[in-house]
Every structure is written in structure tokens, then in C-alpha cells.
Ligand binder design. Structure first.
Ligand code: 26W
Length: 824
């Protein structure tokens, strides 16, 4: 009987139309007469959502009965972007939807673009989490994501008079992709104090009492795999005043405002995503967010485990918890607290379980990004957790002392507690000590962390605890969805779409390097993608760019270490060179469009100055009649995931030019190459592995190596700093007011000329300029260029996030896929 009644998804165009219309008319209560694009988006989303939900329920049931190990991916950021297009492609019904929407009078692209991006992340770390969810579902791993349901995601960026202005991103007005689970709420405690009690067996136990309680409410988001019924769950926690806590006393006594105030304070916890990327500011509310989310997630995980009635010793056989950077490190402490204080396990046994459960991925070596929490702040907010941290530290240091009895300084160096004023808890050390594996995200990065921040820990634990998993990207979103024509062309040559789930299959493309029609079509697709971006640029900035010009793109968060300043200073150099040329010389030059995009953290003044310089240069260059099409400079406002889907397929060359040793991996580098663009880059992060795969002749590398950076910095500070002569001319132009009031750029220039040039802009400038000249040369030979692009794409198989997830699953999590029975 149940089988007969269970819900079925649509499969035909007519059914899709019926479902969409039904949702518009009944769920949304709108008449079809005023069904606009937004209503069509809503109706279509609800129709697809129904389909997902059916598989989602089945998947959850399957996972419950399968009784096998699951992965829990804890990340404070999930930069998901739009869901509808992804859902359509994953269930294989985009063509059905296109035809259905056309019948209803809509273009599918217009409908898709109504959706507000889910922008619960800053940059690379959050987008990686989203790619991982896609791969875990596609590979049928029983996996859950856990995060926070921010009411405000990353701010919207507006460029006003050449300056960044931040606008709040309120995105929850209508979100068909989340399911509130008001029945799943967890009480989360803060503040209070710890007392000691005797339990029934006479054991001395710690009891955390008092303080305040906030409720965590679960919101679930279905994560469909690509062409598999597996639909995993992303659970996001939202904060709410606890019913028990809501002060009815105040309420009844007429102090209505105070009582509503308490409510708002509780809701503040999940209100806003911190907009800093690679910068830790130690705010108490951020620590509150971290604990709130860790505690709710662990409660959920432990509850699920307890239903199995297994012994605690089996916990690590059923549960793998992956920490996305140190942000969820408190989960380690929370599990130890649950096991010892609430479940009565012996300390040592509990700690063994904890270590076997957790693994930690490091995503940055920037010292200012390393999380440290002040001991007094933690003492106040989480008194019991601080005690546990001290106990973990004391046992750890005793172990180290036994192993290295003569090395007193070692103890100071590796202590979880930094003996500063105030004392600080070093979260990366705690995460390392509480995990069985620690990994970096590209080879160079994984080597660097072993020789820098975790050097002593390699001595203590041996090298096997530390490993590398090079990042990857999902080819579904970043090829098939963003660049459908290229995906289709590739499929036509390879005889199907298998490459989307086994990206190494791309290598067969090399057989078609002599296929004229194929190459012509490839080039046409690139051109069409550039036309589309040019259209976006003229619509949003008013600047008309020539799609025949070389598109040179740098889009990512604005940060001094990523060196957008090097890029724009190079652009100025190009401009000055053009100005000095004769008309004859200019004719020989390949036209260029320099495209920038990305957000600056609201408090990062230098990054905002870089944005302003780019806009100011654009203002001058784009209106200079001498220059014309030879050079255009544009700033694309509000770079986000859905913009990236338009920008990435349109590059000829993209810039990944961080100071060597600073970019842990980078992932947009992979996206650009996969879409048939070449890259100019430093020997940093995953650029190195990309070079190894595509071959040195297919990438434009420049600049100093990571191993030389330290000496160069030393020389700046203690030797004599010599400014590159070409760069000096660029600074002269800026100082002469060529781009408006020079005072606005003084600090930017002097960070290089007078304050040590920490990011080695001057040291790399000459090499950068020369390499761009090579790019110009290479672009003139369109045939050879095209061959480089196709060859590179064919060699990108390694960078699928599927490969990456398989490595985590085998080397770190020890989980197996749960393959659903094939549908027939
Ligand atoms: C506490 C403030 C804060 C916020 C975010 C500190 C650090 C972060 C992230 C770890 C920064 C980040 O996004 N790192 C990026 O991670 C990507 C995925 O591994 C890498 O590809 C990038 O190179 C790295 O910068």
C-alpha cells in the first residue's frame, strides 16, 4: 500500500508544466495572469524540490539502515551559489524544464537568473566546501554537511565613484531550498560556572551550571548528486531565544522591550557571516558562533550514534568528522566533554575516541589568519571547555617532556596555551593534537606547514600524521553548468558525458588536436563566452570592450598577498608603454581587456585602496583616445559564484600571482584552465601541480620561488631595497596625478617603496612584465594558442573534487560509498 501511495517525481515536459503551474497557483497563491519570471522561478524550483525531496528521504533511510560509517563535514562557510540550475542538471531534466518553461512563455536562462545566490562564505574555503558536498553526493558517500544559517551572507559589493560600498545581503525572503525542522532544536549553553559533584558511584564529575541557553534550530538543504539518486543533507543551524529562557517575568511585568531585546540577542548569533577572509579578529560573537554550531552539530551526531546502541569504542568506526580549517576546533573539546562529563567515560579512553574521530585540514599559512582565542574570553564564555583544554594540554606536554626531556623550549613552543598577555589558546595546535590526520591543500602548502607551523609536531607525532590532499573543483558546476556548449562539444568528441564523473577521460581530447572543425567550434565557443561577458560588462559598467581582444582576468578576494596591486601596476606600465609608442608600433600590439573583480573585507583599508586604484586607472585609460581598444580596464562589481559562472568561461588568460608560498592552493586557477583559458602565475599553491599536469609550455610562470622569499624579505629590511626601475616610472605617473589625487594612493605606493615590500611586488615586477610580453606574443599565433588551451583542458583530470574526496575517504576518513540499487 505504501509503495502505491509514495510520491513520484515528474519526468515529462507536461508533468513539469503541471507541477510548476500547480505550485504557482496553490503553494504561492498567485494567478497565472501575473506570473512573472520570479514566480516562474519559484514554481519551477518547487517542482524540482519535490523531486529532490523524494530521493532525499530515501537516501536518509538507506543510510540509517545501512549501519555504516558516515562523514560529517564541519564548515563555517558553504558558498553554494544557485541551486535550481544545479538541481536540473543533476537529475538530468534541464532539457525537459527548458521546453516546459518555453511553453509557459519563459526563457530558462531568465528564470534561472532570478535566484539569489546562497552566499554563506567568503571565498576559497567556502566554495571548496560546496564542491565537496557535490562530490560526496555524486560518489554516493553517506555524508552530512554542518554549518550556520546566516541571515546575512557575504555583503553585496557596490562600486560607487570607484569605491567599494557594502550592502547587507538579506537572502532569505524566499528560499525554497531549505526545510526548517522546528522539531529538531538543541539547547546550547553559554557562560555560567563549573562545580564538582560526586556521582552515584562516588566518582568526581564536573558539572557546568548557570549561564544562559540559546536554541539551535535545524534547517536542512538537500544536496543532490549528479545522476545518482543519492541526495545528502546539509544541516544549517539557526539561533533562537530558548522558550525556557525567554523572560516571561519581564514580559508580564510590562518590560516588553527588554524581553524582546533578549530574543534579539539570541538571534544575533547566526545573524551574520564574518566578512574577513584570512584575517582573525578575535571577536567574542565569532567564538559564540563557533561553539553554538559545534555543540549543536555534535549533539546531533552523538544522538544518531546512540540510536545504534553500539559501545562508545565503536564511535570512530561509525563517525568521521572533518574540520574545515580551525573554525570548528571546539568540536574536539565538546566531544571530550560529552564523553567524560555526560557519558562517564574515562578520560584516556574518551580522548582516544576523539582523536580517532577528527581530522583537520589547514587552508592558510598567513600568520594573521591563525585563530587564537584569549583565555579570559574563553574562560567567561565556555568555562568547562577551557578546563578541558588545559587538561589536554597538560597531558600532551607531559608526553612531549618524556620524549624530549632536554628540550625545554619545545614545551613553550608547542603548548596549546601561548604565554602572552593575555594568554591565548592556539586553535591550530589544539586541532592537530585532537585529530588523527592533518592535511594541507596542495603539495607545496602541505610541505610548508610541515616545515613551519607544525614543524615540532612532525617531530612529536612522526611524519605520517601529516599529509596532502590537493584541492579540486566539481566539473558539474564548473564545466557542464557554467560552460554548457564546451561540455557538449567535449561530449560529442568523447562519445558521451562520462568525463563529468571521471574527469581523467578528458585526456582523449588530445587526439583531436588536428581536427579542424573541432578546433573551430572550440574557438567559437570561447568567443561566444567572451561576447556574453562583454555584454555583462557593458550592462553593468557602461564600458564597451572588444570581445576580440585578449581577456585578462583576476577575480578573487582582494588581498595584498594575492597581489592585485602587482596586476594593476603592470596595467599602468602597459598604459605608459602604449602612450609612448608610435602609431606604427601600436598597430602591432594585441588589444587587451584587464578585468578585475572581488570583495575587500570591509575593514581592510589597503585592499579597498587597491580597488580604488583599479577603478581610477580604468577611468583614465578607458577614455583615452590614444589607447582605444588597445587597453580597457574594468572592475566587475559584486563578484560571487553566479558571476564566476559567467566570467570563468570567458578568459583567455587569468592571473594567479600570489607571492610564492602564500596561497595555500587556489581553486579558481583550476576552473579557468578547465574552461580553456591559460594562466599567468607564480610557483605557488596548486599552480605548481597544474604546471606538472599541463606541461611547462602551457602556462606562463614568473617570479621568485617560495624558498627565496625569506631571504629577499630579509634583504629588504637589512640590506638596501632597490625599486625596480620600470615600477619606479609607474609610481612617478601615479604621483604626478595621472590617475587623480595622488594622496589617495600614497600608502599603497609606500608599502612597497618604504615599508619593506613584504609581498615582493618590486622583486617580481620585471619578471611579471616580461612574462606578459610573452603572453602577447603567444596570443598572436592563434593556432598555437588554441592548441595550448585544448592540451591543457585534456590534462586537467586530476583536479576534479571527486579525486580529492576519494583521497579523503580512503586516506583519512576510512568510509565507503553506499551505492543505491540501480533504478530501472
Ligand atoms: C578567521 C578568519 C579566516 C577566515 C577564513 C581565516 C581563514 C579563512 C580561510 C582559511 C581562508 C581561505 O579561504 N583559504 C583558502 O582556502 C582555499 C581552499 O583550500 C585555498 O584554495 C586558498 O588558497 C586559501 O586561501
Amino acid at each position: 500500500a505504501w509503495k502505491k501511495h509514495s510520491a513520484q517525481g515528474f519526468t515529462t515536459k507536461e508533468q513539469f508544466e503541471d507541477e510548476t503551474v500547480r505550485h504557482v497557483e496553490t503553494t504561492l497563491a498567485r494567478s497565472l495572469f501575473n506570473c512573472d519570471e520570479l514566480a516562474a522561478y519559484s514554481g519551477a524550483s518547487l517542482a524540482f524540490r519535490d523531486r529532490l525531496v523524494i530521493e532525499w528521504n530515501k537516501t536518509q533511510q538507506r543510510q540509517t539502515f545501512a549501519d555504516q560509517k558516515r562523514v560529517y563535514y564541519l564548515s563555517l562557510e558553504f558558498l553554494m551559489g544557485r541551486a535550481l540550475d544545479n538541481a536540473m542538471l543533476n537529475v538530468g531534466l534541464k532539457d525537459v524544464a527548458r521546453a516546459g518553461l518555453k511553453d509557459l512563455g519563459f526563457r530558462i536562462e531568465d528564470v534561472i537568473s532570478q535566484e539569489h545566490d546562497a552566499a554563506l562564505g567568503n571565498g576559497g574555503l567556502g566554495r571548496l566546501a560546496a564542491c565537496f558536498l557535490d562530490s560526496m553526493a555524486t560518489l554516493n558517500y553517506p555524508a552530512w554537511g554542518y554549518g550556520l544559517r546566516y541571515r546575512y551572507g557575504i555583503f553585496k559589493q557596490e562600486i560607487v565613484d570607484g569605491y567599494q560600498v557594502e550592502v547587507p545581503d538579506y537572502w532569505l525572503d524566499f528560499n525554497p531550498w531549505e526545510f526548517p525542522r522546528h522539531d529538531i532544536t538543541v539547547d546550547i549553553q553559554f557562560y555560567g560556572h563549573v562545580s564538582r559533584h560526586q556521582d552515584e558511584d562516588g566518582k568526581n564529575v564536573a558539572v557546568w551550571e548557570g549561564g544562559e541557553i540559546v536554541d539551535a534550530v535545524a534547517y536542512d538543504v538537500p544536496i543532490p548528486g549528479f545522476q545518482t539518486p543519492t541526495t545528502n543533507n546539509l544541516r544549517l543551524w539557526s539561533s533562537k531565544a530558548s522558550k525556557g529562557e525567554f523572560d516571561f517575568q519581564k514580559f508580564n511585568s510590562g518590560d516588553y522591550e527588554a524581553s524582546v531585546g533578549d530574543q534579539q540577542r539570541a538571534e544575533t548569533i547566526s545573524a551574520v557571516l564574518y566578512p574577513n577572509d584570512n584575517l582573525e579578529r578575535g571577536k567574542e560573537l565569532r567564538l559564540k558562533q563557533q561553539y553554538f554550531w559545534c555543540a549543536a552539530s555534535l549533539y546531533d551526531i552523538v544522538r544518531r550514534f546512540k540510536k545504534s546502541k553500539k559501545a562508545w569504542s565503536a564511535f570512530p568506526d561509525m563517525v568521521a568528522i572533518q574540520l574545515n580549517d580551525t573554525h570548528p576546533t571546539l568540536a574536539i573539546v565538546e566531544l571530550q566533554r560529552i564523553l567524560v562529563d555526560l557519558e562517564g567515560l574515562d578520560w584516556v579512553e574518551a580522548w582516544g575516541i576523539v582523536q580517532n574521530t577528527f581530522s583537520y585540514a589547514n587552508h592558510t599559512v598567513m600568520p594573521e589568519a591563525l585563530e587564537k582565542w584569549s583565555v579570559p574570553v574563553m574562560q567567561n564564555l565556555l568555562p568547562r571547555h577551557l578546563q578541558i583544554i588545559y587538561e589536554v594540554n597538560s597531558q600532551f606536554l607531559q608526553m612531549v617532556e618524556k620524549q624530549f626531556p632536554k628540550d625545554r623550549d619545545m614545551l613553550r613552543r608547542v603548548s596549546i596555551i601561548e604565554e602572552s598577555q593575555p594568554k591565548m589558546v592556539r586553535m591550530a595546535y589544539l586541532a592537530t593534537i585532537g585529530s588523527h590526520k592533518v592535511n594541507g591543500v596542495a603539495e607545496l602548502h602541505s610541505d610548508l606547514i610541515k616545515s613551519t607551523i607544525f614543524k615540532d609536531f612532525v617531530e612529536i607525532y612522526g611524519p605520517d600524521k601529516f599529509t596532502n590532499v590537493t584541492n579540486g573543483i566539481t566539473p558539474r558546476r564548473w564545466l557542464h553548468q557554467a560552460n554548457p556548449r564546451l561540455s557538449e562539444l567535449i561530449a560529442s568528441k568523447l562519445g558521451g558525458y562520462e568525463f563529468l564523473t571521471d574527469l581523467t577521460k578528458l585526456n582523449k581530447l588530445e587526439h583531436f588536436l588536428d581536427d579542424k572543425d573541432f578546433k573551430k567550434e572550440w574557438q567559437e565557443i570561447k568567443y561566444a563566452n567572451k561576447v556574453r561577458l562583454a555584454q555583462h560588462i557593458v550592462n553593468t559598467t557602461g564600458v564597451r570592450v572588444n570581445p576580440k581582444a585578449l581577456f585578462d582576468i583576476q577575480v578573487k578576494r582582494i588581498h595584498e598577498y594575492k597581489r592585485q596591486q602587482l596586476n594593476i601596476l603592470g596595467v599602468i606600465h602597459r598604459y605608459l608603454t602604449i602612450k609612448a609608442m608610435s602609431a606604427e608600433e601600436r598597430k602591432k600590439l594585441a588589444p587587451r581587456v584587464s578585468i578585475f573583480g572581488g570583495k575587500a573585507a570591509p575593514g581592510y583599508w589597503m585592499a579597498k585602496t587597491v580597488i580604488h586604484l583599479v577603478c581610477s586607472v580604468g577611468e583614465v585609460v578607458n577614455n583615452d583616445k590614444d589607447v582605444g581598444d588597445l587597453l580597457k580596464v574594468v572592475y566587475i562589481e559584486d563578484y560571487n559564484v553566479s558571476k564566476a559562472e559567467i566570467i570563468t568561461p570567458a578568459s583567455d588568460i587569468s592571473e594567479h600571482i600570489s607571492t610564492a608560498g602564500t596561497e595555500a592552493s587556489g581553486t579558481s586557477n583550476m576552473k579557468f584552465v578547465l574552461n580553456g583559458g591559460l594562466i599567468i602565475g607564480t610557483c605557488d599553491g596548486a599552480n605548481i601541480e597544474i604546471t606538472r599536469e599541463v606541461g611547462e609550455s602551457n602556462i606562463f610562470l614568473f617570479g621568485n620561488l617560495a624558498e627565496d622569499v625569506e631571504d629577499l624579505r630579509h634583504a629588504h629590511n637589512y640590506g638596501s631595497f632597490k625599486l625596480d626601475p620600470d615600477l619606479a616610472k609607474v609610481f612617478d605617473a601615479i604621483k604626478d596625478g595621472a590617475f587623480g589625487d595622488a594622496n589617495r594612493f600614497t600608502a599603497l605606493c609606500s608599502s612597497i617603496t618604504d615599508h619593506g615590500d613584504y609581498y615582493l611586488v618590486s622583486d617580481d615586477f620585471n619578471s611579471y612584465i616580461k612574462t606578459h610580453a610573452l603572453v602577447d606574443e603567444a596570443y598572436k599565433d592563434q593556432d598555437a594558442w588554441l592548441e595550448k588551451c585544448i592540451t591543457s583542458v585534456s590534462r586537467m583530470g586530476f583536479f576534479s573534487s571527486d579525486r580529492c574526496i576519494q583521497e579523503y575517504a580512503e586516506m583519512i576518513w576510512n568510509v565507503e560509498p553506499l551505492v543505491p540499487e540501480q533504478r530501472n
